[in-house]
Design a protein around this ligand. Structure first.
Ligand code: ATP
Ligand code: MG
Length: 561
């Protein structure tokens, strides 16, 4: 596992930035142009965030520009919903493509013309082999392929067939257009790769205008060239496609000569980042949609309460390299905690309430006490919190016959209620089952604000809420969606789904100001963690999601084994 490496704030150094710097200095590139090219066949995930931060980040750092281009060449799997979601996510991450929003489908006519150009040059042909035969003719890594019997068709026949493919005269799978390169090449991608296949599917943008669609390898590089992309950055799986990328650029009258560079994709522990698997989780109902807070999608993390700045910071810290590795998901959570510690306002909330009655506090009386919103940020100001005779504290903050080291409440012991008073527990009330259901306490009016008047010390400070003023809420505690570091490593990844990935608490009590926090905003519940006001919240029912706990509790669980 690789650890997060630290890079200095203003200068990031990695092999891609070295290449860009060299190209700009030597004049090979006059102005940097990058692109982020998602296929709209799913929602974006944290791996895409790495690519977005790299491509848009480079453009920002080197005074260039970055395009958002939808790689929409696969109409059967693509949907407008995904296009909209992707735009939302890229913007939310803090990047702006300005006027440079493109679609590979904008170039279908140009790509068709270039395919015709290759046919006329004798560098592409129509092949009638079916998928099975194609595989046989292709050879293997150790055995060269065999030329297709259709490889030497005349230019006229090829042009005629290609035109009829476009017109929709043939069935799917009946014919393809292939580049004529080298069936004996050591690189399988160069063994007469398919450029166009027949698909009678409706396309989200071009409707039924086309019956043939370009393959990724033919569409991608040529789209880069049309947009005068200088550095086309993709993940390592495409390394073996680079010779083909270059072959098309060399053999076509394209307006620019983009170059492809590859970097290692992001892998995260306890997480799957394959779109196919994420789609399966959504479609089979293992999660509640793409933005389920347990999903590693940008929309899931947003709903969970992760700040965009934390995702950018994470992308910066993991860096860019040439070798595949897996990053600990705890590193992502650490970035989230670090950001929220600086920015999130503090509030008090009791997740598992235990009633406390302050017997020497007058019945029917209440008062407002001043509380600091964020000790890390003076500008966040203060707020008032109501205090009264009936309070609630966390069940875990009381223990009968507590050991000396238990610095919370126990019979006969005194603690501080945050921002309020010192209180002492005098009596414990139990139900018939012997469970503690209420504590009778006294408070010291001289300790208002939680300050000791006589130098008297208390070991513990507890959070609390006032019963009559509290807002009741549902709070959802999230854990990793998978129980294994590498889900699916020894079988079906679905078998590794964590049955306890969410715990729903129904009787939580929140300080009243938490009902006013805007949906989508993340706050710290003091002593508990960071929590985000969920979109499912209504006036009848408040809902908060736990973003992260204050500390990495998972690491502790793991250590205990
Ligand atoms: P698929 O092509 O199987 O649908 P994909 O994850 O490659 O899935 P794309 O929409 O093609 O999805 O990806 C858009 C861009 O994001 C590509 O440039 C791709 O290389 C990059 N990308 C995808 N996954 C990761 C990852 N885990 N880490 C870094 N970059 C990624
Ligand atoms: Mg892809």
């Amino acid at each position: 596992m690789s650890d997060v490496e630290t890079a200095t704030e203003n200068e990031i150094r990695d092999f891609i930035r070295e290449i860009v710097r060299t190209d700009l200095n030597s004049g090979k590139t006059s102005s940097l142009v990058t692109r982020f090219p998602p296929e709209p066949n799913g929602y974006l995930h944290i791996g895409h965030a790495k690519s977005i931060c790299l491509n848009f980040g480079l453009a920002q750092e080197f005074g260039g520009r970055c395009h958002l281009r939808f790689d929409d060449t696969n109409p059967e799997k693509e949907e407008l919903e995904y296009i909209d979601a992707i735009k939302t996510d890229v913007s939310w991450l803090g990047f702006d493509w300005g006027e440079h929003l493109y679609y590979a489908s904008d170039y279908f006519e140009q790509l068709y013309d270039w395919a015709v150009h290759l046919i006329k040059e004798g560098k592409a042909y129509i092949c009638d082999l079916d998928a099975e035969q194609m595989r046989e003719y292709r050879g293997t890594l150790t055995k060269p392929g065999t030329n297709s019997p259709h490889r030497d068709r005349s230019v006229e026949e090829n042009l005629d067939l290609f035109g009829r493919m476009r017109a929709g005269e043939f069935k799917e799978g009946e014919r393809v257009l292939r580049a004529k390169i080298d069936m004996a090449s050591g690189n399988m991608n160069m063994r007469d790769p398919v450029m166009y296949r027949i698909l009678h599917a409706d396309h989200p943008r071009t409707g039924d205008a086309w019956h043939i669609y370009p393959n990724y390898d033919f569409a991608h590089g040529q789209s880069d060239a049309i947009e005068t992309i200088t550095h086309s950055i993709c993940t390592l799986e495409f390394e073996d496609h680079r010779p083909l990328y270059e072959w098309f650029v060399e053999n076509l009258p394209v307006p620019a000569e983009p170059r492809q560079f590859e970097f290692a994709r992001l892998n995260l522990t306890y997480t799957v980042l394959s779109k196919r698997k994420l789609i399966q989780l959504v479609e089979e109902g293992h999660v509640n949609g793409w933005d389920d807070p347990r999903m590693p999608t940008i929309s899931g993390y947003r709903r969970r309460g992760f700040p965009a700045a934390a995702l950018r910071d994470f992308s910066r810290r993991i860096g860019v390299s040439k070798s595949n590795s897996t990053v600990e998901v705890a590193n992502l959570e650490a970035c989230v905690r670090e950001d929220l510690n600086k920015t999130a306002e503090r509030r008090m909330a009791v997740l598992k309430p235990l009633k406390v009655t302050i017997i020497n506090y007058p019945e029917g009386q209440s008062e407002e006490l001043e509380a600091v919103n964020n000790p890390e940020d003076e500008g966040a100001g203060k707020r008032m919190v109501p205090f009264s005779r009936e309070l609630y504290i966390e069940q875990d903050d009381f223990m009968e016959d507590a050991p000396k080291k238990f610095f919370r409440l126990s019979q006969g012991r005194e603690v501080r209620l945050r921002y309020a008073y010192f209180v002492t527990c005098n009596e414990v009330i139990k139900n018939d089952a012997g469970e503690v259901i209420e504590l009778l306490c006294t408070y010291d009016p001289e300790t208002k604000g939680g300050n000791s008047p006589d130098g008297r010390k208390v070991k513990g400070t507890l959070h609390w809420v006032s019963g009559e003023h509290a807002a009741s809420a549902e709070v959802r505690l999230y854990n990793h969606l998978f129980t294994k570091e590498n889900p699916g490593s020894d079988g079906d990844f679905l078998d590794d789904i964590n049955p306890d990935s969410v715990e729903v608490l129904n009787n939580c009590l929140l300080e009243p100001s938490l009902a006013q926090i805007p949906v989508g905003k993340t706050v710290q519940f003091e002593r508990l963690g960071y929590f985000c006001h969920d979109i499912d919240s209504s006036t009848d029912k408040l809902i908060y999601n736990r973003t992260v706990a204050l500390r990495d509790t998972w690491a502790k669980v793991k250590a205990k084994g």
